[in-house]
Write a protein that binds this ligand. Structure first.
Ligand SMILES: C[S@@+](CC[C@H](N)C(=O)[O-])C[C@H]1O[C@@H](n2cnc3c(N)ncnc32)[C@H](O)[C@@H]1O
Length: 340
């Protein structure tokens, strides 16, 4: 932009009304538009009938998706997925990342309408407001919400798992345990790329049934194990690599230091803890996604937030790690590799 460019309100309006575009995409994922179109292009009437659109809405909704760049429409009026939508938003493909969008649609979109209350009070604005029980207990007691949450986590961590499997030097490592690893996207990617490594997820027991389905679907039964437990109160099973992905952002500083110290104490000499999160850049001005997610943690947790790369490296040195290396992963996500 040059100094001679007129100042216009459009960018502000676009930003302020951005929820319309967001919800259009979230509803398209919910309705399975991309999954249906993965089977081949459809005209408006047939697509509308398949996904259940009213005649009043179908034209505007489908053309809005064209305008947003996630569908195409040819001269004959046939709608099709863009290559990215086909790869990442078709539920039938292993590359599907729509789990996080389904979770955002079912939970976060509504909770974010209470952002102003969260900003004023510092109080959580999710299911916990009704249940009064801790977040993970509340969620795990609702089978639909629990599965939706775990699939959502899997949607976020699948691309990060690929980045970690490729970026970290796994040479000579024997056993990786993902602490709070949900369905095991990270160890699954590591095991696929390194046939000599075994792995496990250490998770709350109610994760196990959904985890077993995921492991079977990925052909990793027998190689990727499940340890049920609570990482605050139970001993950590032995491994030479631990992963804590999107764990520290759930908890307050005191709890984070407890978890990091526990991982350090349980690792052998030369063992590594990999921490990843949507870490905020140290200047706290560039990683918009990390800053937005930090506001999400305000809404969704009791004491959590995102944190900077410098915060993470500082905590890891404080608990005793000798070698601490920060790496950008993909999108708004960074990792820190901390070796004992
Ligand atoms: C935000 S999710 C992150 C999941 C996964 N690591 C990822 O990056 O997608 C946090 C996970 O921590 C697990 N968790 C929460 N409290 C736990 C505890 N006390 N012990 C073990 N796991 C826990 C939850 O079940 C949930 O799957």
């Amino acid at each position: 932009m040059s100094v001679n460019d007129p100042i216009t309100p459009e960018p502000l309006l676009q930003l302020g009304l951005g929820f319309m575009a967001s919800k259009t995409l979230l509803s398209a994922v919910e309705l399975g538009v991309f999954t249906v179109l993965a089977g081949g292009g459809r005209d408006r009437a047939s697509l509308a009938a398949e996904v259940g659109l009213h005649t009043r809405s179908s034209g505007d909704f489908l053309d809005a998706l064209v305008s947003l760049g996630v569908l195409t429409r040819d001269a004959d009026g046939v709608y099709a997925n863009t290559p990215a939508a086909d790869l990442f938003l078709d539920r039938a493909k292993p590359s599907y990342v729509g789990g996080i969008l389904e979770m955002a649609n079912a939970r976060l979109f509504g909770f974010w309408s209470n952002l102003t209350d969260a900003l004023r009070t510092g109080a959580q604005q999710n299911e916990v407001a009704r249940s009064g029980a801790p977040f993970f207990v509340t969620l795990s007691q609702d089978p639909v919400a629990w599965r939706n949450f775990l699939n959502g986590m899997n949607g976020v961590s699948t691309p990060l798992a690929g980045a970690l499997a490729a970026d970290f030097d796994w040479t000579g490592r024997r056993h990786v345990i993902d602490l709070g690893g949900a369905l095991g996207a990270v160890p699954a990617a590591v095991l696929r790329a390194n046939p000599d490594i075994t792995g496990a997820v250490f998770e709350l027991p109610p994760v196990q049934p959904v985890f077993e389905e995921f492991v079977a679907a990925h052909g990793l039964t027998g190689r990727l194990a499940f340890h049920g437990g609570d990482f605050f109160s139970d001993p950590l099973p032995e491994a030479d690599v631990y992963v804590m992905g999107q764990i520290l952002h759930d908890w307050n500083l005191e709890q984070r230091l407890v978890l990091l110290q526990k991982a350090y104490d349980a690792l052998p000499e030369g063992g590594t803890l990999i921490v990843y999160d949507a870490m905020i850049d140290d200047e706290r001005r560039h990683n918009t996604y990390g800053l937005m997610l930090s506001l999400n943690m305000l809404i969704d947790t009791e004491g959590g937030s995102e944190y900077t790369v410098a915060d993470a490296t500082g905590w890891l040195r404080t608990v005793g790690f000798a070698k601490v290396e920060a790496r950008h992963l993909t999108g708004g996500y960074s990792a820190v590799y901390a070796t004992k």
